[in-house]
Design a protein around this ligand. Sequence first.
Ligand SMILES: [Zn+2]
Ligand SMILES: [Zn+2]
Length: 162
Amino acid sequence: MQTVSLPQAGGCVCGALRYALGASPLLAYACHCHDCQKRTGAAFTLTLVIRSGDLTVSGSVDRVPRAAQSGRQVEHGFCPACRVPVFSRAPVAPDYMSLRAGTLDDARWVVPVAQTFVESAIPWAVIAGVRAVEWAHFDFTALGRDWLATAPAFRPREADAP
Ligand SMILES: [Zn+2]
Ligand SMILES: [Zn+2]
C-alpha cells in the first residue's frame, strides 16, 4: 500500500502562503461546477476535505466571502500576493475546510472518490471510473468512509536521527 508522510506541505504559486497538513484528509472529490471552472480556469477542481485544526498556515491570507453555486456562503482563502485560491471554508461548518489539492507540493496520492456537478462538466473531463454524485445527495460522511477504504496509509514523518 502507498504510504504518505505527514505533514504534507503545500502553498500558493509564489510561495508567500505556505501550509502544512498535519493529518489525513477526510475525503477527496472533483467538482465540475461553473464556479470552480471559472475560479481556477481549469476543467474542474480537485478538493480535499480536511479538519480545520489539521492545517497550519504560514504567511498572510486574504479571506473573501462569496456565495457558492450551491447557494451557501463560502469564505475563500487567497494568497494576497499571487491571488491563488488555496482553501475555502463555509461559515456554517467552521470545523471543516476544502483544500485545493493541486496546491500540495506533491498531489500524486490524491485520488477522488466522487465527482459532482457533472451536468456542467466539460464532456471529455468527466473522470472515467469515478462515481458521479449530485451535489444535493453529496453525503460527506458516507463518501469519506469510502475514500478512507482506498486511501493511502498516512504516517507521521520519522524524526531525524541526531
Ligand atoms: Zn502567492
Ligand atoms: Zn465547484
